[in-house]
Each structure stands twice: as C-alpha cells, then as structure tokens.
Design a binder for this molecule. Structure first.
Ligand code: HEC
Length: 404
C-alpha cells in the first residue's frame, strides 16, 4: 500500500508540476516575445503619457493592443486590479521541490545514489542535492549583486562556467539521472528565486512609488529585467533536464557531464535566436546554426556502441537457463507482475520478465538498457556483474545470428 500511495502522490504532484510549469514558461515566453516586439507608439499622446512601446496582436478571434509603460502611466493612476505574474512560478517550484523529495530524496538509493560513482548514505546524498539548490542560488545572487553585474556578457560567461562546473561535479557524485535532475532543479530554483526575491519585490516598490504619487525609481526594474533575461536562457536547459530521465543515452553516457553542458548550451543558443527574431534588426541565425551543430555533435557522440563478443565454433553457447537466471536475480525484483523490490507497486514502465516468452520478446530493450547503456538495473541495486552483462551480450548476439 505504501508503494501505491507514493505512486499516486507522484502522479498528482507531477501533474501539478507540469501544468503550472506550462503556465509559467508559457507566460514567460509570451512576455519575452511581447517585450522584444514592442515598437515606438504611433500617437504623440501615448508618448506623452509614458508609453515606451506597443504591439497589436490578433488572437482568439479578437485584436489586442498591448502598451508598455516603463515607469507606469503618467496621466492616470494605476488601476487597482493590476495583474501580477508570480503564482505560476511559485507553484511550479513548490510542486517541483516536492516531486524531487518524493522521487529522488525518498528514493535516493534507486534514483540518486550510484555506488560505482560515489558511495554515500541517503542523508549525505540529500544534503549534497539540497546544497546545490540553495548554494547555487546564493552564489548566483551574490554575482548578480556584485560589480560584475554591470557587464551583462561577462556576468553571463561567469554564470555559464559555474553552471558547467556544477554539471561536472554532480555527475561525479550522483547517478547520471540524479545528477541531471539536481542540475535542472538548481537552475529552476534560481529562476523561481529570481521571481520571488528580485523581480516581484522590485515591481512592488515601483507600484508603491506610483500609489504614493512619487517619482518611480527605475533601478528595481532594471535589475528585474536582467534576472528575467537570465531566466529566459535557463528555460530550455531546465526543460531538457526535466525530460532527460526518459533518455538513458544522455545521462548514462561516460561523458554525461559534457552532454549535459552541450545540450544546455544548445538550449540557451536556441532561446538567443528566438529572442533576437522578435527584436528589431536581423535575427541571430548564427546562434541557431551553432545550436544545431552542437546537437548533431551530441547525437553523434551518444550513438550506442555495441558490445561485440568474439564467438568461435568452440565457444560454448549461452543457454537460455543462464539468461533467465540472471534476469530473475537482477531484474525481476522490479520487472515482474508483482515486484518484490521495496517501493515498487507495479513493474516499472510495464516491463515484466516473468516468462521466457516475455524475455525473448523484449531482448532488444534488455540488451540496450543493460549492456549498451548500462542504465539497468537502476542504480545497480541488484548488483549485476560485468561478466553477467557480457553473458547477456553474447546471448543477444547469438539470438540475432540465429534469427538471420
Ligand atoms: C530496482 C528496480 C529495478 C531493477 C532491479 C531493474 N529495473 Fe529496469 N527499470 C526500473 C525503473 C524504475 C524503470 C523506469 C525508469 C524511468 O522512469 O525512466 C525501469 C525501466 C526499464 C526499461 C525501460 C527503459 C526505457 O526507458 O524505456 C527497461 C527495458 C528495463 N528497465 C530493463 C531492465 C533489465 C533488463 C533489468 C535487469 C538487468 C532491470 N531493468 C532491472 C527499475 C528496475
């Protein structure tokens, strides 16, 4: 029952996380597009009233006219029903934190710790993971408040280098999967904290100025904009890490840290291209081309390398009984109609190896996950040996040769 309870909790929290995440990132993409698409107001009267830029848009069967007032309207008081965008960010972070806790921290032995990378206890693993979320934000925030913040490009470069160092450090402490997720959660935490600690308080100050009839201080708006720009470039790397756990070829690769950095870089470059596309002037096609080249390189580098076993006529064939016994010992604790592994209410992803027919039908996936990617058994919880992986490889090779 406990495992089922956690599955249901996982399902509900994940649903909330995805829905609020879509709302947050959707709104963020929309406002970045709006900001970059603004053109000088056509009417002098608007310019006099403080309109900085405007955009006409058609959507949902009607026309919209958005106007941006940098420092609020000059001719009239600010309306009381001012719309704020903040709960999308907060609920995404809160649900994400909770999801991280139930999957990666509660299930640290399965998803976060890999003893072949670093032998650590569950509390230590949770401490390191949490440390990256909190520490990442503190260091980033200090950098943005330092003298470095005056130079956007240099600040961006320093942030990139630190993010790359985190990718390297995390993949050398956690399982690939756990490292990628902690990396994404760290960037997501920075994004949400930017909204909570900088962007919203800054906007609140501006609104207070307006209500008090004072001159609006533009400084909080400028600082908020810088954070907002960083958030835009973090978006795609974060989204990638959030889905990366479906793709063992990314996180279980020997050079997974490089793959993580390269895909994050490609994501940021794609955002750079889209931001420039909506701005006046030429779109930065070079950013898109660079992202495509990086992705082609990553896809090439990740291509699975088959394990080729030298088989001569005198090599004894691997018997099915041997294979079935390896699978029973190393896989069936989880991949069975009734898993015996603590924490599993049902066979993960529906893969079950209860009968010979099931094993043979799924030989491709077994070979791929166990021999090529070494992603299974997850966290090598059942202690499969290299010899056993080699035996599975030989069995698979013989199976394929037999069917030719
Ligand atoms: C401790 C539990 C556990 C053990 C033992 C285990 N697995 Fe898995 N397996 C999982 C989980 C959890 C997933 C789902 C991973 C995910 O969410 O992407 C999974 C997924 C898979 C998948 C689907 C992968 C995909 O992305 O489509 C295959 C195939 C697989 N396992 C094969 C095996 C084989 C073969 C073994 C034995 C060598 C094995 N597993 C041992 C827990 C386990």
């Amino acid at each position: 029952m406990e495992a089922y309870f956690f599955d249901v909790l996982n399902f509900l929290v994940r649903s909330i996380h995805i829905i609020t995440g879509i709302a947050w990132i959707g709104a963020s993409f929309y406002f970045v597009m709006l900001d970059n698409s603004l053109r000088s107001p056509k009417k002098d009267e608007d310019t006099k009233n403080g309109v900085f830029g405007e955009l006409w848009a058609v959507h949902g069967g009607g026309f919209y006219h958005s106007q941006k007032y940098m420092l609020g309207p000059k001719s009239e008081p600010l309306t009381k029903d001012l719309h704020w965008s903040k709960w999308e960010a907060y609920t995404t972070w809160i649900s994400g934190f909770f999801l991280m806790a139930i999957v990666y921290w509660y299930g640290a032995d399965i998803y976060l710790i890999d003893p072949t990378i670093m032998e650590i206890s569950q509390p230590v693993a949770i401490g390191i993971s949490l440390g990256f979320l909190v520490g990442g934000w503190i260091i980033y925030d200090l950098l943005c408040k330092s003298a470095l913040a005056k130079n956007d490009k240099l600040l961006g470069l320093v942030i990139f280098v630190l993010v790359a160092i985190s990718a390297y450090a995390l993949t050398h402490m956690f399982s690939g999967r756990g490292a990628f997720m902690t990396f994404g959660a760290m960037l997501g935490t920075i994004m949400a904290a930017n909204v909570f600690f900088t962007i919203i308080p800054g906007q609140r100050k501006m609104v207070e100025n307006l209500h008090a009839g004072e001159k609006v201080n533009p400084a909080p708006g400028i600082a908020g904009k810088q954070r907002s720009v960083h958030n835009t470039y973090f978006t795609l790397p974060v989204l990638f890490t959030m889905i990366s756990n479906h793709y063992a070829m990314t996180y279980s690769h020997e050079y997974n840290w490089l793959i993580l950095i390269a895909i994050s870089m490609a994501g940021a470059l794609i955002r750079i291209f889209f931001v420039s596309r909506h701005s006046e002037g030429k779109p930065l096609r070079a950013a898109l081309v660079a992202a495509i080249i990086i992705m082609i390189g990553v896809i090439w580098a990740m291509a699975p390398k088959n394990m080729i076993i030298e088989i001569s006529d005198s090599t004894p064939k691997v018997s099915f009984a041997t294979v079935a016994s390896i699978i029973e010992q190393r896989c069936s604790t989880c991949h069975a109609a009734q898993p015996t592994q603590l924490g599993f209410a049902a066979a993960p992803k529906g893969y079950m190896y209860d009968t010979p027919a099931q094993i043979i039908a799924q030989a491709d996936q077994i070979y791929q996950q166990t021999v090529v990617l070494k992603a299974m058994p997850i966290g090598n919880l059942t202690g499969i040996t290299d010899e056993e992986r080699t035996t599975l490889a030989q069995w698979y090779q013989e199976l394929k040769q037999g069917s030719e």
